[in-house]
Design a protein around this ligand. Structure first.
Ligand SMILES: C[S@@+](CC[C@H](N)C(=O)[O-])C[C@H]1O[C@@H](n2cnc3c(N)ncnc32)[C@H](O)[C@@H]1O
Length: 307
């Protein structure tokens, strides 16, 4: 085994400890592609030196740079259209009906828990704004978080290049919700301000005690191993209201986690409703069994920034 291979593996272990993302042998090429330049720019001679530096408690900016470089932020507007149609045609209509019956203000809390550069949560917002006649009459909470600070910064600013906007965003919505800038497009402030953005690592507990009606955790746990994935879904379940909906990516399923999560249809969209963890749902602060191999020391966590 070459020394370079061994030190690349060490860097993968650092990434795993930081955010649960597992780069196996088949992905080791990503280390040179994505971190080689960064390492040389920072003045380190090899991955061992970089891994040692990242482990120092005062090196949060190095850890952030590693997470930014090694996480895969692939996303686009209205990815899996049926999710958004399911929310608008079924969930929103149900909430409106309930509100008319009870006379209580309609309420909806949605968390995009691996939001990447923001297209997912903006797709939710644009869907709601297009479906609901008077959005201001709703008690609406939209939270969008990701472990990558660079991704969150872009999501918060709502700035997109032309090619990002043409991926999935209908022109009519682009013209309604975004304005053109010198370099591309930006979501208008009155829409951006409806969302709370923050850096959050799914392997940790969310800082606030908020519960959500809908949690989107799409196309992220495919990068985790089985035990990290299970831990993450347990934590997310604690942040769902008992009758809440959990959405995973189009190619993902929760059926392998036994009968803990039951598939549910919202129109053509399949989501999941947790069946167990009733104790956890009753008490979201109760401790979970820690996964000992995930050394979380030094992971920087910022609480979501409140508007
Ligand atoms: C492929 S993108 C998916 C984005 C969006 N959910 C979608 O489906 O289009 C995966 C995102 O998960 C984030 N991620 C990876 N590990 C994470 C963790 N431990 N906590 C929170 N986000 C994480 C990455 O930074 C990346 O932005």
């Amino acid at each position: 085994m070459s020394k370079e291979y061994q030190s690349a593996v060490r860097l993968c272990e650092v990434l795993y400890d930081l955010c649960g993302v597992l780069l196996d042998d088949s992905k080791l090429y990503l280390i040179e592609n994505r971190v080689g330049g960064l390492m040389r720019k920072m003045g380190y001679k090899n991955y061992d030196q970089l891994a040692d530096a990242a482990k120092r408690s005062d090196a949060s900016s190095i850890r952030d740079s590693l997470v930014d470089a090694l996480t895969t932020n692939e996303t686009y507007f209205f990815r899996d259209q049926q999710v958004f149609t399911g929310l608008s045609n079924h969930l929103v209509r149900q909430i409106e009906q309930d509100s008319r019956k009870s006379g209580v203000r309609p309420k909806l809390r949605i968390w995009s828990s691996a939001c990447s550069t923001g297209q997912e949560i903006y797709s939710v917002l644009f869907t709601l704004a297009t479906t609901i006649e008077n959005l201001d009459a709703w008690d609406l909470t939209l939270l969008a978080t990701d472990v990558s600070p660079a991704a969150v910064a872009q999501a918060r600013s709502g700035t997109y290049a032309e090619h990002e906007v043409t991926r999935g965003l209908p022109q009519a919505q682009r013209d309604k919700f975004l304005s053109q800038t010198q370099t591309g497009w930006q979501v208008l402030p009155q829409w951006r301000n409806r969302i709370t953005f923050g850096q959050h690592n799914l392997i940790n507990d969310l800082a606030s005690g908020n519960r959500f009606d809908v949690i989107l955790c799409r196309n992220v746990t495919i990068y985790f191993d089985a035990k990290t994935r299970k831990l993450v879904f347990e934590k997310l379940t604690r942040r769902l209201v008992p009758e809440g909906y959990l959405f995973v990516g189009g190619s993902e399923t929760l059926l392998d986690l036994g009968d803990a999560y039951k598939p549910h249809r919202l129109g053509a969209a399949v989501c999941y409703r947790p069946q167990m963890h009733q104790a956890a749902i009753a008490n979201p602060q109760a401790p979970l069994n820690a996964i000992t191999s995930l050394g979380l020391a030094g992971t920087k966590l910022a609480s979501p920034v409140k508007r």
